[in-house]
Design a protein around this ligand. Sequence first.
Ligand code: G3P
Length: 217
Amino acid sequence: MKFFVDTAEIDAIAELNDLGMVDGVTTNPSLILKSGRDILEVTKEICDLVDGPVSAEVVALGADEMIAEGRKLAEIAENIVVKLPLTWDGLKACKVLSSEGKMLNVTLCFSANQALLAAKAGATFISPFIGRLDDIHIDGMDLIEEIRTIYDNYGYETEILAASIRSVNHVKECALIGADVVTAPPDVIKKLAGHPLTNAGLDQFMKDWAKTGQKIL
Ligand code: G3P
């Protein structure tokens, strides 16, 4: 499974990238706001740092303006993925930009039917938002399962990019279902390494090692 990092914070991306944990990056207008950076500048820096796909989101609502913004964002670097909202206009823009060979990430997906339309419009990635469905008492993981089934039924190549990931269990469940990619905040990715029994076991080993009086170096 591929790991994308859901942030526009350069330092956090760099730390995970050095460990080989970054297969791509996703951003959105809220994450750009949080970074306090100019979208074009920070996106270029991320693209220079990371080899994989880097999603940058349009902010227009009409198809023509989305297409214009998408073309401008795509000029930043070869690994740009233009991120479009899952609206009728977003689907129109997806169709046009995919015919130009651009990579597209269709975002704010909350239903399997929306995901089906995005695949038909030529999306490279579909971003179902798990956490935001959980927030309204709908199991976001059911949506991942439904999209996996539908895409497999018809051989759609659009990759399922599970988004709005809030917990380590979200990551595990996406991996079990077979999402192609998860995009998670840096702290969630780092938490995947943690386990209380690892900490307790290491603590005991350190105590016993101190009693041996030995050194390795
Ligand atoms: O990739 C989309 C993601 O940033 C949304 O996450 O936690 O704001 O629902 P969240």
